[in-house]
Design a protein around this ligand. Structure first.
Ligand code: S3P
Length: 163
C-alpha cells in the first residue's frame, strides 16, 4: 500500500500539494472527489443537489476504500472525508494520513468566490464547520503540517519524510 493520504478543510491545498508531491516522488495521484464524480458521471455540486449529502458520503466511502487499496499513490481526500470514522479506518489501512492545517483566512483566499462547493456557500457557516472539524482532522492524522505554506514547500516536507 504505502500511500500518502492528504486531509484537511476545503482550500487547505490537498489537490495542489498532492499533484506536486506525486510529481516529486514519481507516485500516482488520485483525488477522491474526482473519483466520486467519475463514478456518478456528474459534478459533486449536482450530486448534492439531486441525491443529497448522505448519498454523496456513501459514494465517498466506496472511493476511500478503493483508493486505500492502491499502491504507492498520493490520495487527496475531500474536506469531509476523514470526519467520518469509517473513512478514517479504511484510509489508515492504506497508508499515512497527513493533515494540511491551513488557517481559515488562507482557506477563504484560496477558495475565493468559487461556487462549486456545496458546503462553502456561506462564510459564517463555513467558519463553524472549520472549527468543528479541525480536531477531527488532527485525530485522524499521523502527521500535521502547516497548510498555509506554498504547495511546493509542503510537498517537499512530505517528500523528505518519505526518504
Ligand atoms: C466537502 C469538500 C469537498 C467535496 C464536497 C464536500 C466537505 O472537497 O468533497 O464538496 O464536506 O468539506 P474539497 O475539500 O476538495 O473541496
Amino acid at each position: 500500500m504505502n500511500n500518502i493520504i492528504l486531509c484537511g478543510f476545503m482550500g487547505s491545498g490537498k489537490t495542489v500539494v498532492g499533484k506536486e508531491l506525486a510529481k516529486m516522488t514519481g507516485r500516482r495521484f488520485v483525488d477522491t472527489d474526482e473519483l466520486v464524480e467519475k463514478k456518478q458521471g456528474i459534478p459533486i455540486k449536482a450530486i448534492f443537489e439531486i441525491y443529497g449529502e448522505d448519498y454523496f458520503r456513501d459514494l465517498e466511502y466506496e472511493v476511500c476504500r478503493e483508493s486505500a487499496a492502491l499502491k504507492n499513490t498520493i490520495i487527496s481526500t475531500g474536506g469531509g472525508a476523514v470526519t467520518y470514522e469509517r473513512n478514517v479506518q479504511a484510509l489508515r489501512e492504506g497508508g499515512k494520513i497527513v493533515f494540511l492545517d491551513a488557517d481559515f483566512e488562507t482557506v477563504c483566499e484560496r477558495i475565493g468566490d468559487s461556487t462549486t462547493r456545496p458546503l462553502f456557500q456561506d462564510k459564517e457557516k463555513a467558519r463553524a464547520l472549520f472549527d468543528a472539524r479541525r480536531p477531527l482532522y488532527e485525530a485522524a492524522a499521523d502527521i500535521t503540517l502547516d497548510g498555509s505554506m506554498s504547495a511546493y514547500k509542503t510537498a517537499m516536507e512530505i517528500a523528505q519524510m518519505l526518504k
